[in-house]
Write a protein that binds this ligand. Structure first.
Ligand SMILES: Cc1ncc(COP(=O)(O)O)c(C=O)c1O
Length: 411
């Protein structure tokens, strides 16, 4: 394994004494570790922090996206618009469904969906737009909210990178109908390595998600009109143990939307999440200081710095900048790696992954995203473990790499 002088992510949010104390308190309280008391507190605090009406904790962001997709009740022939510049999890729940997925293009100044391209992709069959707040910036979210509202389609925000992000004074995950969050190890805060959350506007949807994550089917239950007519249970006594929220004797099922899964977050993980949430502002401040130092240094080098647009709070999960046409990106990345700077490019365009090509994804359909990915995007390390001197080293390494190419071109 290569050891880099400047690794891409460090240890994500890291672990402090405070975190360990919070987790140990739950582990040693003598309670059942899945009773949900700590999870309920984490949900309440996450909802308060984001201003979301409801928060529902789950085992990962991938699971949050899956459950979000289930509550949309997509039907065969429905259409969903999403971004190609995202981790494959964003579109994963759509892959196995009989729906048409349209990849819209990105805005190269934010690397998020371009609202104009989304508008062009809408049809009368569109039911939802899935956007990703790439790197921790809610690019275009206000326009996406307005256009999905006008079209009467759902907006799902993939907030995996966006813990701490806001636009127009509102947190990520509260613009759309559903926000899906990740507490994976490398994210801005973590819940023992894996974890997720849904932020939800509608109380009924939050209830359905709570039932779904805890193995209950997403279904409509109605009181039995003739409770006595139920085979061997028809004696009037309720069967024990009761294994279902709506017990077998008292209710019938009128409609099944989808089966449930076990996507619960464990209480020790929630305790870690609560502890990390308390220090989110200091974690964000450290990310911001490094990102702003990189911005300032790279601006001097004549590359396209993305920065933070007016009115946005950036969560600085990933750092990205774009090269201009005269620089060979792959050569520059190799050079940075030789200098000990780890470069992990994110993300290979989803529509060109083999499984999406099989479903019709073709090169040339989203030219901005493809140009950015194949020729111009560079991601640099960003984590709260890095110092300003590390940022200076990275900028100097980029400067040397650019200079080598320019000298080479003149020779
Ligand atoms: C944009 C995006 N969406 C979703 C996910 C999936 O998150 P999780 O690992 O919590 O399932 C990730 C994880 O890296 C991500 O980057």
């Amino acid at each position: 394994m290569t050891t880099y002088r400047i690794p891409q992510h460090g240890q994500g949010s890291g672990v402090t004494e405070e975190d360990l104390t919070a987790v140990t308190a739950v582990l040693t309280a003598g309670r059942h570790l899945s009773d949900g008391a700590e999870v309920a507190r984490f949900e309440e605090e996450f909802a308060r922090r984001t201003g979301a009406a409801h928060a529902v904790a789950v085992s990962s962001c991938t699971m949050a996206l899956e459950l979000a997709t289930r509550v949309l009740e997509l039907e065969p022939g429905d259409e969903v618009v999403t971004t190609p510049l995202t981790f494959q999890a964003t579109a994963a729940p759509l892959l196995g469904r009989d729906v048409t997925v349209r990849f819209a293009d990105i805005d190269e100044t934010t690397l998020c969906l371009d609202p104009a391209s989304v508008t062009a992709a809408l049809t009368p069959r569109t039911r939802a737009v899935f956007t990703t707040h790439y790197g921790g910036l809610c690019g275009g979210v206000e326009e996406l909210r307005a256009l999905t509202g006008r079209a009467g389609v759902a907006l799902v925000e993939d907030c995996a990178h966006a813990i701490g992000a806001a636009a127009g004074g509102r947190s990520a995950g509260t613009w759309g109908d559903l926000g899906c969050w990740s507490f994976h190890s490398l994210k801005n805060i973590s819940t023992l390595g894996q974890g997720g959350m849904l932020t939800v506007r509608d109380a009924g949807v939050a209830d359905r998600l709570r039932a779904l994550r805890a193995i209950n089917p997403d279904a409509e239950f109605v009181p039995r009109s003739k409770p006595a007519e139920f085979g061997r249970y028809g004696t009037g006594t309720v069967p024990r143990p009761v294994t279902h929220e709506k017990n077998a004797y008292t209710h019938d099922c009128a409609r099944i939307r989808s089966g449930g899964v076990n996507a619960q977050l464990a209480d020790p993980a929630a305790a870690m999440g609560r502890s990390q949430l308390r220090r989110l502002d200091s974690l964000l401040a450290r990310r911001r200081a490094v990102a702003e130092r990189l911005d300032a240094g790279l601006r001097e080098l004549g590359v396209q710095v993305l920065g933070t647009p007016e009115g946005h709070v950036h969560a600085h999960h990933l750092y990205a900048f774009l090269l201009r046409d005269d620089i060979d990106r792959d050569e520059l990345v190799r050079d940075l790696e030789r200098e000990g700077v780890e470069v992990v490019l994110r993300y290979f365009p989803v529509h060109l992954l083999p499984e999406w090509r099989r479903r019709g994804g073709v090169f040339g359909s989203v030219p901005v995203a493809e140009d950015v990915w194949f020729r111009r995007l560079v991601n640099l390390p960003l984590s709260p473990q890095l110092g300003l001197d590390d940022a200076d080293y990275v900028v100097d390494a980029v400067e040397r790499a650019l200079a080598r190419q320019r000298v080479g071109a003149m020779a």
